[in-house]
Every structure is written in C-alpha cells, then in structure tokens.
Design a protein around this ligand. Structure first.
Ligand SMILES: [Zn+2]
Length: 328
C-alpha cells in the first residue's frame, strides 16, 4: 500500500495498517525477521563490489556526450548494458522494526518483502546481473527511507527497485478471526501495481522500466490492482499511467523521488486479501514474480525490437541516426 505524502513521509505504513496489539502477537516472527535481516545484511555486505566505474556508466557518458541533439534520451539507461556491471538496488520495503502492513493472517509485510526481494536479487545474479545488491534497512520508518536512498545513491546504482506488498485503507478492513485472534482482511481488491514518480531525476527511464515490469507481470497471468483509480480510495487515489500494465504515478514517495537513478516501486500483490495472501506466500508465486522482474531487467538492458517502451526509445534514436543499442 502506498499513501499520500503526509503519511508516506511521516510514518510510511506502519501506524496506519498495524493493529494495536500486533507487536506482541508477532514477536517471534518479528524476531526471526530481524535475525534474517541481519544475516542477509552481513551476506550482502560481503559481496558488495568496491569498483564503481563500469561499462554501463561508460554508456551513460557516451550518450551524454551526444549533447543537445539527444537531450531527452541522454540519461536513459534503457540501452544495451553489460549485465555484470549493471548495478541494481533491490530494496526490501520497510524494516524489521517498522514492518509495514499486516496481512490477513497477521504476518508482517516486511517478511513478505524480504523473501521476495531476496529471490529477485538471487534471480538477477543468476541471470548475470552479479552487481545486484539487496538493500535490507534497519530502524524506524522515516529515517530508513532516507538511509536506503543514501545507500542506493552511494553505490551509484543504475536502477532501483523497491519491493512491497499491498493492503487497503483502514476504512475498507473487515473483521475475522484467525487462529483464535481477532484479525482484519479485505477480499474486495487484489493484484500488483507498479509506481513511479515524476519527481525522480529520470522519470522517463523509470517509467520505461515500470512498463516492462508491468508487462511481464501481466504476461505471467497476473492482474493489476484497479482500485487506485476509484473514488472509494479517497486520498489514496493515484493517476494510472498505463491501463494495460498497471503503472501508476505516486510522485511523493521518498524512495522514488530522492534516488538519483531510475526508480520503481512494485507492490507485488495483496496480503490483506485472504486468497491472494496464500498465493503470495507460496514459492510458486515468488518464482513467477521473480522471473517476471528478471525478464523485465533483461528487456531493459537489451530491449527486444519494437516490443517495449525501451525499444521504442531505441527506435526513436535510430531514426535520429544516433542509436547505440543492439536493438538498432
Ligand atoms: Zn509497503
């Protein structure tokens, strides 16, 4: 779930979607998540690359050198890149301390985000994107937003992907009992959604990547969340930028507008919808989504001819006689 600026910047999701007594109910899973997070962080740190300059950056420089003849595309990373040098920051939404939404069965969103983001990062590395870094952030909600942005900026990431799972506004929640505990659900809505910010330093490329992610999610048989255009969402409505792929604009999100590289936030699916929560918890669904993201990154780095937004950019460049991509 993504919220308007006031809540998104102040408290992210925690205070909005958490029940009052959720902390004690989930102390053990929270602890497990925290330990897992520490382990992952340690692992990630060990594999962190020190070398910053790479061929992908060289491509950027090369394109930038084309100057004003090609200004809108000069920063575009949607050109052929070297996967081994292409730095992707896969951000685990929320923290072990501030866990985001709570699922219909009282599992914190952070646990879902961690498992899926970890699988996406592993999938990217297996596909040759070995410079991929999993960002697991600790601490309170608001400072964690700026910390994850700082890490992505410091590592000169070429692409930033934040992984989340969706819920609904409080007013749409219904009560039920799960394992003897009063719990909340909403089966009314479901699906993934992809968010970008016009305030990102490179909105155009962010949008191109978001389109590829949405397209691959759709091709995997998944539906996107339609409710963000509905009046019932009140302040939680966002402009739908592409009605085919499920890409929305959410301009205020810190991780999308403060990152100095193309950035996309993926709400992978709903965990407040009882059926969908079970699916989101399955290895099959994680495989499906992870494969979709990896395919989107591959397309992004080497756009298939005339079949993606990135490719369309390439075709435009070709028409201008300045294309440097393999798609030309
Ligand atoms: Zn979230």
């Amino acid at each position: 779930m993504v919220l308007p600026i006031e809540v998104a910047e102040a408290n992210w999701l925690t205070d909005v979607f958490k029940g009052k007594d959720k902390k004690s109910e989930h102390a053990s899973s929270k602890h497990a998540s925290a330990q897992h997070a520490r382990d992952l962080k340690h692992k990630t740190a060990k594999h962190e690359k020190e070398a910053k300059p790479g061929a992908a950056k060289a491509d950027h420089v090369k394109l930038a050198a084309l100057g004003p003849l090609n200004p809108p595309l000069s920063k575009s990373a949607s050109v052929a890149c070297l996967p081994a040098k292409f730095r992707i920051a896969v951000d685990v939404g929320h923290t072990a301390e501030s866990e985001g939404a709570t699922s219909a069965r009282n599992v914190p969103e952070f646990a879902f985000n961690l498992r899926l983001a970890q699988q996406i990062a592993e999938g990217l590395k297996a596909a040759g994107f070995v410079s991929t870094k999993l960002l697991v952030t600790e601490g309170k909600a608001k400072p964690s937003l700026f910390r994850r942005v700082a890490v992505a900026n410091d590592m000169n990431a070429d692409l930033f992907l934040s992984v989340h799972h969706d819920s609904v506004p409080n007013k749409l929640l219904e009560d039920w009992e799960f394992e003897g505990k009063k719990s909340h659900f909403s089966d009314r809505f479901g699906g993934y959604s992809v968010f970008v910010s016009h305030d990102n330093t490179d909105f155009k490329t962010s949008f191109a990547f978001a389109e590829l992610v949405g397209k691959q999610m759709k091709a995997s048989g998944l539906d996107y969340a339609k409710q963000y255009t509905m009046p019932i969402m009140g302040h939680y409505q966002y402009p739908l930028l592409d009605k085919d792929t499920g890409v929305y604009a959410h301009d205020e999100l810190v991780v999308l507008r403060k990152t100095r590289m193309p950035a996309v936030l993926l709400e992978a699916g709903s965990i407040i919808n009882r059926d969908e929560e079970l699916k989101m918890g399955s290895a099959e669904r994680r495989d499906l989504i992870s494969d979709a993201v990896v395919a989107a990154v591959k397309d992004f780095c080497a756009p298939p001819a005339a079949n993606s937004v990135a490719a369309k950019s390439a075709v435009t460049k070709s028409a201008e006689g300045q294309c440097t991509t393999s798609a030309c």
